[in-house]
Design a protein around this ligand. Structure first.
Ligand code: ARG
Length: 589
């Protein structure tokens, strides 16, 4: 099925062409002035300018052959030459019924599916996840869901940070704590490996911040960590064994958190997984002259003449001989080109890393590893505390994902109590629902802002059942579910949708906007278009509900059946739309 905006654009396009104008000028959008029409097209203004004539006269001519179209009730020209289009009731009802029958709720897949690689979350082994990782996780997951819904072939990868200095730091810190472990012996070999990890997640959480602080004070300590990192990367067996242990311990904790958030990756790869490609990558880059020596290190120059600000070179090999953050990113591109062959790479990473990605993408192009045009950094702003700075815990530390999830769930549970929700649920169901609500609060708060906008973390507002929040949206869905359950209990069936009330018309128009919103969200790599859409839909439903509160008491079978079908269509779309944001609707609450 085709949404109204597209149908109307398709009607007007040929009229623009007939006038010798670009048919892209025919773009039709929902009207900003619903009193004048349901949709509008502003292309006559630009068209008339090109032709050097009066826009109103052009608009009138463009509309001539549209008069009498069954789709339209009325057409008019307003102001300097805005075209207004009002839909006929029959067209609205027919579209509503098509939407209700469509399990995809009007969403039309792309005609040319792409292979899309989404690199998101990027948690680091040993280092706690901070709110930047949380945003990357929530936005990246939504983008993978949106891309899949549009028919793209998606591969998502968590791209663990597990090959940098933090591992070297952990190694030396563990060596100081447990010097007798076999992994530190010069003659270590695999037969000495002990299955049981020498550390727990709690140990790592304790060790890393301490070691990191000490490194900033003591040059010798930092040098030791760097040396350990270089040795690890060169393949020292005992260190590799420790790396495996750290990885397993971290992964276990992260998997638990991501599962709680209902977030999944196709690949759980890390920087270390491409180590086998680095030597060859570096050799080729050096031999071809793409990489050049600089102060004992090896770099790739990526500055360009037209640059407005200085773009420093990418550090390929440090003076200690270590591969750097950019090096593993380049090697990962090589592997992805071989194994996934993406048409598009999306890197969902904090905007503060924008420079890193400019360097990596240009270096990848220069070294012939990929094409810059297929590599995109999808940056985002920060989640701030009330002080306007990146969110911290009360003690000033970075928040742990686990604690964040827990506090969201607890706050959601309190709000459910306050609002009298979930009274009839069993203790177990209630716990599950509280997690669903808390997660929805967190995700929707993040995704309802344009990704590059910073926002303030305000758990109290996020978990409210009123306002523009995840829980409010879930509540609208739960309302429909309960209505449909009761209707089924009373044996009431559905009937073809009739558009009688103005609130019904508004609801049908809202439903019809889904397809456009999802495509826009992918095109702009911005899930807030979907968030905005589901919120508009939920509000339109809520208004309809107020206007027609007693659906089940309606005596006329046709009218009741129509409203039930309309409500079900709303639920389908709410579920799909919220699903694209990674939010589920509970059965009851
Ligand atoms: N681990 C990185 C960090 O914590 C994020 C990784 C982002 N992805 C990438 N391909 N560089 O900053």
């Amino acid at each position: 099925m085709i949404d109204f905006a597209t149908q109307l654009t398709n009607l007007l396009g040929p009229e623009f062409s007939r006038e010798g104008l670009d048919p892209n000028l025919a773009e039709v959008r929902r009207s900003a002035r619903p009193d004048l029409g349901d949709f509008q097209c502003n292309g006559a203004l630009a068209g008339a300018k090109q032709k050097g004539e009066n826009p109103r006269a052009l608009a009138d001519r463009l509309l001539e052959s549209l008069r009498g179209q069954s789709l339209l009730r009325e057409t008019s020209v307003a102001g300097p030459g805005f075209i207004n289009l009002a839909l006929s009731d029959a067209a609205l009802a027919a579209q509503a019924n098509r939407l209700a029958e469509d399990p995809r709720s009007g969403l039309v897949p792309v005609t040319q599916p792409l292979r899309v690689l989404v690199d998101f979350a990027g948690p680091n082994v040993a280092k706690p996840m901070h709110v930047g990782h949380l945003r990357a996780t929530v936005i990246g997951d939504s983008l993978q869901r949106i891309a899949r819904a549009l028919g793209h072939q998606v591969t998502s990868d968590a791209h663990f940070g597990d090959w940098g200095l933090q591992i070297g730091l952990l190694i030396i810190s563990l060596e100081d704590e447990q010097p007798n472990l076999p992994y530190f012996r010069a003659d270590y070999d695999e037969s000495m490996f002990v299955e049981e990890p020498p550390v727990t997640m709690e140990d790592l959480d304790r060790m890393y911040p301490a070691a990191s602080a000490r490194m900033k004070e003591e040059v010798a300590y930092r040098d030791r960590a760097r040396k350990a990192t270089a040795e690890l990367q060169k393949g020292r067996a005992g260190y590799l064994a420790l790396h495996t242990h750290f990885w397993k311990v971290s992964k276990f904790a992260l998997e638990r958190e991501f599962t709680a958030l209902n977030i999944h990756f196709d690949l759980w790869k890390g920087e270390s997984d491409v180590n086998y490609l680095i030597e060859d990558l570096v050799t080729r880059a050096r031999e071809s002259g793409v990489a050049v020596p600089s102060e004992g290190a090896l770099v790739i120059q990526v500055a360009r003449e037209q640059d407005k600000k200085e773009i420093p070179p990418l550090l390929l090999v440090s003076s200690e001989g270590s591969a750097m953050y950019g090096t593993t990113d380049l090697a990962t591109i090589v592997e992805r080109e071989r194994e996934v062959k993406p048409d598009l790479f999306l890197y969902v990473v904090d905007q503060r890393q924008a420079m890193h990605f400019v360097q990596v993408f240009r270096a990848a192009q220069a070294a012939g590893l990929s094409e810059e045009s297929r590599l995109e950094h999808i940056g985002f702003g920060t989640m701030n505390g009330t002080d306007g700075k990146p969110f911290k815990t009360r003690s000033g530390g970075v928040i742990k994902l686990h604690d964040l999830i827990t506090s969201c769930r607890e706050r959601a549970s309190e709000k459910m109590d306050e609002g009298g929700f979930g009274k009839e649920l069993s203790a177990e169901e209630r716990e599950k629902t509280a997690l669903m609500v808390g997660t929805a609060a967190l995700k929707f708060a993040d995704l309802s802002n344009y990704r590059l906008t910073d926002y303030v973390f305000d758990m109290d507002r996020f978990t409210s059942f009123e306002g523009k929040t995840g829980p409010y949206l879930q509540f609208q869905g739960v309302r429909v579910k309960s209505l449909l359950r009761k209707a089924a209990e009373q044996g009431f069936g559905e009937a073809p949708i009739q558009v009688i009330l103005p609130e019904e018309k508004a609801l049908v128009l809202a439903l019809d906007g889904f397809n456009g919103a999802v495509h826009m969200a992918f095109d702009k790599r911005a899930p807030h278009f979907v968030a905005e859409h589901v919120f508009t839909l939920a509000q339109a439903f809520s208004t309809f509900w107020v206007a027609s509160p007693k659906i089940l008491e309606e005596k006329d079978d046709a009218v009741r059946g129509s409203r039930l079908r309309l409500a079900r269509a709303v639920l389908t779309q709410l579920e799909l739309g919220l699903g694209l944001l990674g939010i589920e609707i509970p059965e009851r609450m």
